[in-house]
Design a protein around this ligand. Sequence first.
Ligand code: DP6
Length: 362
Amino acid sequence: MFDNPALLLDSSATPSGKIHWKSPSNIAIIKYWGKYGVQYPRNPSISFTLENAFTETVLTYEPKTDQGDGISLEFTFHTEENEPFRAKIVKFLESIRPIFPFLNQLHLKIQSGNSFPHSAGIASSASSMSALALCLCTLEDELFQTLQDDNLFDQKASYVARLGSGSACRSIYAGMAAWGTTNAISNASNDFAVSFSEEMHDIYKDFHDDILIASKSEKSVSSRAGHALMEGNAYAAPRYEQAESRMKRLVEVLKNGDVETFGEIAENEALTLHALMMTSNPSYILMRPNSLKMIELIRQYRADTKNPIYFTLDAGPNLHVLYPETVIHEVLPFIEQKLVPLCEDEMWISDWVGEGPEQLGE
Ligand code: DP6
């Protein structure tokens, strides 16, 4: 939908410049799990955009001296060359040339780095792909002034981020974002995410999402492979229906501030995601013994204190602990004393609902 063959530079043009974006990760409450075509979701999803887990990407561009037809890219990750990452990005840039045909005409340098340790086992595709998509849209706008409208800019950045990694399309927006057509949100689309921050109740605006690293090891099965396994999963069809009906309930409680129902849906979604992994063929388990221990401690603490503290999980072993800012003074000592000792090397990241991506160094 964003293909545009007109975006080609005049052969006499010699543009050069530097673009710098910081873009956050996100945590889904209703999970995207299962896809078709070019990164279209089988069901709607909705997430909190985070603040402290982010990628910073600097894109430098200059005229290409060699006029060959390929993508010309130098790439560093945390200041070091990284050929596997570079090859992945070249492939991605090649695939989006119908959207940005000028990419063939420039020499590009991408420097990227994450705020969280690469070894933490935290998925970084959402933050890195959204940062790259934002840089590319800014590049288009610098060269052609075609994305002056902020809504159009965000929509295109979200569309391009989606092509890089599905969940990345939601990171473009502050607060909350939804992706995938659903009766619960009238403007939702499979092509890009839409903001949900206007609708959300104040209680969620500074909600916490502390990330407890149960294991730093790389996942044994990638998200890409996990999505593919949904195609043969016996529970796939009812799962997609369930996601739609949960979305409707969740949207209601996001609007009315019913944190208890929010937490019930969040936990059930996390366990559904992992149940789908366990019932795939071949089956696999990404939770670790300490993930389960933390889940039990959170539920016990909640039963004992009545404090609203819940968990969700990504496609990995790490716990995301969700709670409103109002209970931080009680909840934080529990996290530090009971949960952090169960983390690998006591590693955890304090995070919360964030302000969305930011362009730096303008
Ligand atoms: C469990 O977005 O990482 O985090 O589209 O193949 O890049 P690709 O997958 P990815 O899947 C994320 C799945 C999830 C749930 C979610 O974020 O909605």
